[in-house]
Design a protein around this ligand. Structure first.
Ligand SMILES: *[C@@H]1O[C@H](CO)[C@@H](O)[C@H](O)[C@H]1NC(C)=O
Ligand SMILES: *[C@@H]1O[C@H](CO)[C@@H](O)[C@H](O)[C@H]1NC(C)=O
Length: 507
């Protein structure tokens, strides 16, 4: 054997080894499908109308009973999901461009640091389908449909806010306008078909997809075949339905118009339409699962199901809305299935919107950026029984932006601004109670601590799960001081200091 031949053989053997290990490495990476609904509650039982989601995902995986968002409004929460950061760090305060929603500040600060680019860097083909941020490619956002944020290989994204018909999408940077023909235009189905097509085309290498339906957000237009379902149903009469506590902040005591016989009907009709639109989401879940099976990648794929925040339909005597610190608004469905995740289990571990990006990056073998405020849920997903490591506290924040009340709608006025500490501890595993401590302000200044505190609320949810009795005035002084100190620290936290605050002692 000549010297040259030996070199060639060694070279090709090494090259082969490299190729094989690259192949194994690439194919060993799990695919990740993240399905995100819009305004879907868990507390009012909306998951009950989705039997396909139940049999195909919930029973095949794990349900997080303590899944929450850190802000209960679309654009800020979606920004938290995408970046792994609290509102005060990504600075998308509300749904308007003036409040940072898909504004130039979003592109300068965050757009290159969302889960898309990080998953791309970790070796994934990435696809985005559905609703991005409420102002995407709208006139005032300063960009057009040609703008595809960095890190997304496939981009099929709604212009502006949730719609079911008569909308525009950016289809890979090209404008695509849709009318109102169900077969061609119903947006939940369009998202479904594009997502399925992406799986078909991408299944030979690791892929990450973000599938965000408009449902069940207003206008909550049902598909024609489901438009008459549930006609005998009404919004659940929960313990706080139609109940306005006399000792809550001004929105509840004398803000939005209370339920009347007329508004009760409006709320019930909205409830029916919301659950009708979720039946189409159920079809989407089934189509995605079927295509993963057809493509032979089901065993190597994680599916996550989540919502950007919850909703109320009569709780606290308020008509359909969000933007309040109560559990109807901040608790969300969060379900996961996939390799290593036990089947048909529940966990009390806390999962937050800011944990999505770190979790996906971790599962994808990437490096979680230190400036993310959330944590990876990988160990909670794989071993839900072990609760020792569970971390139970988080911060809530909401900054109202409007200055006038339109149609009696006060929830987005700037004088509905608040920060809160929420601690969930169903098993008293670390000696804390299940509590909500909230501070309310009449201005949306940032940083909010410069404003005067207008009102405080405190609830102990073990005894009062529907937050009906405000105990703030009977809180011991030292305890209140401790809560105040925690909040003062918390809304200045970033990265590791936010993560550490999840493990503090409250007393
Ligand atoms: C809606 O679209 C379908 C499929 O393209 C077509 O067959 C049907 O005629 C359309 N309906 C209307 C009313 O245009
Ligand atoms: C908040 O602002 C709205 C709209 O300007 C106003 O109607 C309401 O009275 C204000 N609430 C308080 C407590 O000042």
């Amino acid at each position: 054997m000549s010297h040259t031949q030996g070199f060639n053989m060694t070279f090709s053997f090494t090259a082969l080894l490299l190729l094989v290990s690259a192949f194994i490495y690439a194919h060993g990476k799990p695919n990740i499908v993240y399905i995100l609904t819009d305004d879907q509650d868990i507390r009012l039982g909306s998951l009950d109308v989705q039997p396909k989601l139940r049999s195909l995902v919930i029973e095949q995986g794990i349900m997080f009973e303590n899944a929450y968002v850190t802000t209960p409004v679309c654009c800020p929460s979606r920004s938290s999901i995408l970046t792994g950061k609290y509102v005060h760090n990504h600075r998308t305060y509300e749904n308007g461009v003036g409040s940072g929603c898909d504004a130039q500040s979003w592109r300068d600060l965050n757009e290159h640091k969302t889960m898309g680019p990080y998953m791309s860097k970790a070796g994934y083909t990435t696809g985005f389908f559905g609703k991005y941020l409420n102002n995407y490619a709208q006139g005032s956002s300063g960009i057009t449909v040609e703008h595809i944020p960095p890190g997304w290989d496939r981009w099929y994204t709604l212009v502006g806010n949730s719609k079911f018909y008569n909308y525009e999408v950016s289809n890979q940077g090209q404008s695509e306008k849709h009318g109102s023909n169900y077969t061609e235009d119903y947006f939940t189905d369009r998202v479904r078909d594009e997502a399925v097509d992406f799986i078909k085309k991408s299944a030979d290498k690791p892929f990450f997809m973000y599938v965000a339906t408009p449902a069940p957000h207003r206008p909550a237009t049902p598909a024609p075949q489901y438009a008459n379902m549930f006609s005998d149903k009404v919004a659940p009469r929960t313990p706080s339905y139609g109940f306005a506590a006399p000792d809550k902040h001004w929105i509840i005591t004398n803000g939005t118009p209370p339920l009347t016989p007329e508004t009760t009907q409006v709320v019930d009709e909205l409830y029916r339409d919301r659950i009708r639109t979720l039946v189409s989401v159920d079809d989407l879940v089934e189509a995605i699962v079927n295509e993963l099976k057809n493509a032979g990648v089901m065993d190597n794929t994680y599916i996550f199901y989540n919502s950007d925040h919850g909703y109320h339909l009569g709780e606290n005597n308020q008509q359909g809305e969000k933007r309040q610190p109560y559990d109807e608004n901040i608790r969300v469905p969060f379900i996961a299935m996939g390799p290593g995740i036990p089947k048909n289990q529940k966990t009390s571990a806390l999962a937050l919107n800011i944990d999505m990006a770190p979790t996906f990056i971790d599962l994808g073998g990437g490096e979680i950026p230190d400036d993310m405020d959330g944590i990876s849920l990988k160990s909670a997903l794989m071993s839900p029984i072990e609760q020792e490591e569970a971390q139970y506290h988080f911060m809530l924040e909401y900054y109202g932006e409007g200055h006038v009340a339109g149609l009696g709608f006060l929830h987005d006025c700037n004088n509905n601004t608040w920060v809160a500490l929420r601690s969930v501890d169903p098993k008293n595993a670390n000696g804390n109670k299940d509590i909500l401590y909230a501070r309310f302000y009449l201005k949306d200044d940032f940083p909010v601590q410069q404003s005067e505190i207008y009102f405080r609320e405190y609830f102990e949810l073990d005894e009062d799960p529907w937050e009906k009795v405000n105990l703030a005035s009977s809180l011991p002084k030292e305890q209140m001081q401790k809560f105040e100190e925690i909040l003062d620290t918390w809304y200045k936290c970033s990265g590791v200091s936010c993560r550490n605050l999840r493990k503090i002692t409250l007393l």
